[in-house]
Design a protein around this ligand. Sequence first.
Ligand SMILES: Cc1ncc(COP(=O)(O)O)c(C=O)c1O
Length: 385
Amino acid sequence: MTMQVRSIPFLALGGLFEQDDVQAATRVIAAAAGKDGSFFPQPEEADFQNAFAAHEGATGAVAVNSCGTALDVCMMVLGIKPGDEVITTPLTFVCTATCAIAQGAKVVFADVDRQTLCLDPEAVRRKITPKTKAIIPTHFAGHPADIEAFDRLSRDSGVPVIYDAAHAVGATFNGKPIGGAAKASCYSFQSNKNMTTLGEGGAITSADPEFLEQARRKKTFGYVYGKQLRVASIGFNYRMTKPQLAVGLTQLAKAARVNAIKREKFRAMSRLLAGVGELTLPAGFEGEGHGAHLYVLRLDTDKAAFTRDALRTHLKDKHGVATSLHYPAVWTWEAFDDLEYDRSDCRQAERACEQVVSLPIFPQTSDDDLNYIAWAIKQSLTELK
Ligand SMILES: Cc1ncc(COP(=O)(O)O)c(C=O)c1O
């Protein structure tokens, strides 16, 4: 069978941006231009933080301007400093690791679970030393990490866990939202995530009111509000703007719908690709717990006579299907060339980094395009043999 070549980009597009989002943003801008005259973020900030905390099962939330700054804030609140070690996954975005390095700590990479590609709690346990001061698992592609096992590990070792939940708005673990787990979770609302606050944005959630208060201070110059304003510690300005907060509320209201749409498309793709011998398909879309950010399959490079990169190039050049890569191992970024870090015993992650391919599946992807992408993959596997 031949098919007309299509052009399927890997768009920087994750959620649904609709009329209610436009109205929310323009409402606050119009108010500022009219009698209000200010972009002071209340009441939107409090409303968004309360709604987000409730959505994610946390005691509270602190809105910030990105997941990167959310992670930075968490490292600062934990007091991470030179001489400390922070354990994280190699299979993540760069800032999951650099947030620790920015505080002068050494990053220790531990291996991932072969199936979920999330940080493996037992691999982390083997790397804990008296210097370990934080563990940062990523809910990879939206699949929740093993929260139960990390809770146990944290209790046994006394080391706090901070989740990188950039991919995982709305994800659940054992039926519970993930945002109240461990010490804190850091979310991203950047433009390709399932909800976005006008392209950038993030939040920290926690069940610990003291942690939340310290995080709130860090993101606003260290301010302590009272009869008299105090600056009790060093802080920064990592605030979200008022229009972003207003859009955060409308985006949050449709986050469950976006996740459900994407999960359904991911399931459909898995049905279309079922039984293709050279591929390992992602797991976890059966129930409602997966955050459904990315569909990441693996090319079994032991069975295939070609590399993952050859497959990606062929898909793009011959069939017009753009894919993405989540992720190259963090230590391969040149910024790590001169750093001291530990990357021993990360065999599963190393293999995964050579095999993963992220497919272009978004809420707007049509059934027709899903069929075409699956056909192009199967066709490529035959053509490359
Ligand atoms: C796993 C992970 N962590 C953190 C981030 C950073 O998020 P932000 O762009 O909101 O800083 C990303 C962004 O894509 C990510 O994928």
